[in-house]
Design a binder for this molecule. Structure first.
Ligand code: PEP
Ligand code: MG
Length: 540
């Protein structure tokens, strides 16, 4: 029977197709002992063989889709699983009376710690994350848990209770028409990712989705914020027509590629893109972004089992900078914490993680991680115009510590005779404290980027993840507009440029206002660029 469900719109297109319900299972590992070592050993060996077979398939798929280099990780993992050191370590632990999952976890972790301690050998250090990865894969096989979100071969509307950023990051966009979640909020990083991937999405429906929905037809209407299950034939026809209209509208926007972003009276504003990886950058270029205003570098750290090495980061930054062919790329340094978690950081459990050891605070607490990232960015900066900006700044003292580290990194690179480029430095204005001292911060950097998502969260003391606060949110509240205006004025007095990279930058109701107060650049998700350019060109 047909059913209509309301949700919060994350990105506003229309999707129509079969439904697929995803239920996340997490491996449970207990230290419970086992009396049957033989059985545990069998369980391990069967799971390991399944994992090896799965890796072979993944290797072939990756080879066909992306090439030999990308497929290599799967063949290396296959070899490590066949390696006797790993097998012996698991067997030893099982003989000591442990269950198979525990033994695999322990063997993987022991080997990871051993390889991570090889200080002078980057190649060996990287093997640490490989051992955590393969252990996880085998444990999932032992407990019959699918790794990642397994999707059918035909594109589907994905229904889930909630998705974390690493789930969304791993989604194969060719196989997902849209997603709809029971929980979630429109300003979460999962929502932001969906926008930049161009996936139609609704969150916070409050509806628990039963497995029986898999296979039924659904419509996600991102314009009206509704999800329709099993629609009637005439409704399906209406939506098919609307999909065609949208495709036409999108096609006609392409005529704006290469055109100026200028109002009728001649005021200009730059339109940059927010990205999380190199495929977003390719999309940004396709939609004619004038630069990258926010590269959320922490996405390189999510969905992994260990820190990406300097080399790995260097490659990713260089790839984006090279792809952008001389257009500026602003890389935001690691903003991990709050809703962006990666287990290997071993972050302490906090009561209020959004107000905790997050972003720049974490980087200053763990300067080795921060320095590795800065080295990688400076080395990549040799390949094109680069900016580096720092998230969650609240004081001049933080900026001074950062500038000191930046000097040290540049000196190290020079002493090591490694090639590196220059980068402009910027501050993200995303705490009320930063906005209020923007006159002082302007002495330290060449640009500001206003992160309105966090600036809103912290100004109103309203958790951006908490959907139940929706009724309390006041659109375009004067408090936030005053902070923005004050920041722009303080910046311009000292020749500091100002961009807006939070979601407010894509709010058409504010574009005229942002231009009128002198904002220099708006950075939005790639699929929004041309529509925003059209809107600016229609303004008086
Ligand atoms: C912001 O806070 O507005 C911002 C752009 O950063 P993020 O959404 O990644 O926290
Ligand atoms: Mg932020």
């Amino acid at each position: 029977m047909s059913k209509e469900i309301k949700g919060q719109v994350v990105s506003g297109k229309i999707a129509l197709g079969p439904i697929h319900v995803f239920r996340k299972k997490i491996p449970v590992i207990t230290s419970e002992t086992s009396n049957d070592s033989k059985e545990e050993l069998n369980t391990f060996l069967t799971a390991r063989d399944k994992a090896i077979k799965e890796l072979k398939i993944l290797e072939e798929e990756a080879n066909a889709r992306m090439g030999e280099e990308e497929a290599m990780v799967f063949s290396v993992h296959g070899m490590l699983l066949e390696d006797l050191d790993f097998e012996d370590a698991v067997k030893e632990c099982i003989s000591a009376g442990h269950n198979a999952s525990y033994a695999v976890k322990k063997a993987g972790e022991d080997l990871a710690v051993f390889f991570a301690s090889m200080e002078d050998n980057d190649y060996m250090k990287e093997r640490a994350s490989d051992f955590r990865d393969i252990a996880n894969r085998v444990i999932c096989k032992i407990q019959d848990i699918e790794d990642g979100i397994k999707l059918p071969s035909e594109p589907v509307i994905l229904l889930a209770r909630d998705l974390v950023p690493s789930d969304t990051l791993g989604l194969d966009t060719n196989k997902v028409l849209a997603f709809v979640t029971t929980k979630g909020s429109t300003n979460s990083h999962t929502a932001i990712l969906a926008r930049s991937l161009g996936i139609t999405a609704l969150v916070d429906t409050g509806e628990e989705f039963g497995d029986d929905l898999t296979g039924q037809i659904g419509i996600v209407d991102g314009e009206k914020g509704i999800f329709i299950i099993d629609p009637k034939e005439d409704l399906l026809d209406e939506y098919r027509k609307r999909i065609k209209e949208i495709q036409k509208e999108e096609e006609s926007l392409k005529s704006l590629i290469g055109e100026e972003t200028r109002t009728k009276s001649g005021q200009t504003i730059k339109i940059y893109a927010n990205i999380g990886n190199s495929s977003d950058a390719a999309k940004a270029l396709e939609y004619d972004a004038e630069g990258i205003g926010l590269f959320r570098s922490e996405f390189l750290f999510l969905g992994k089992n260990d820190y990406p090495s300097e080399e790995e980061q260097f490659k990713s930054y260089k790839e984006v900078i090279t792809l952008m062919k001389g257009r500026e790329v602003i890389i935001r340094t690691l903003d991990i914490g709050a809703d962006k978690q990666a287990d290997y950081f071993g972050l302490p459990k906090e009561d209020n993680p959004a107000m905790g050891l997050r972003a720049i605070r974490l980087c200053l607490e763990r300067p080795e991680i921060f320095k590795t990232q800065l080295r990688a960015i400076y080395r990549a900066a040799a390949f094109g115009p680069t900016g580096i900006m720092f998230p969650m700044i609240t004081s001049i003292e933080e900026m001074e510590k950062i500038l000191d580290l930046v000097d040290r990194v540049k000196k190290e690179l020079k002493d090591e005779a490694l090639d590196f480029g220059e980068a402009e430095l910027g501050v993200m204005i995303e705490t009320p404290a930063a906005a209020l001292i923007s006159d002082l911060l302007a002495d330290k950097v060449s640009f500001f980027s206003i992160g309105t998502n966090d600036l809103t969260q912290y100004t109103f003391a309203m958790d951006r993840q908490n959907a139940s606060l929706e009724p309390f949110r006041v659109p375009n509240h004067p408090a936030i507009l005053r902070l923005i205006e004050m920041t722009v004025q303080n910046a311009h007095k000292k020749n500091v440029r100002v961009g807006i990279c939070g979601e407010m930058g894509a709010d058409f109701d504010l574009t005229k206002y942002f231009i009128s107060i002198g904002v220099d650049e708006l950075s939005v998700s790639a699929p929004k660029i041309l529509a925003l350019r059209k809107h600016v060109r229609e303004l008086a």
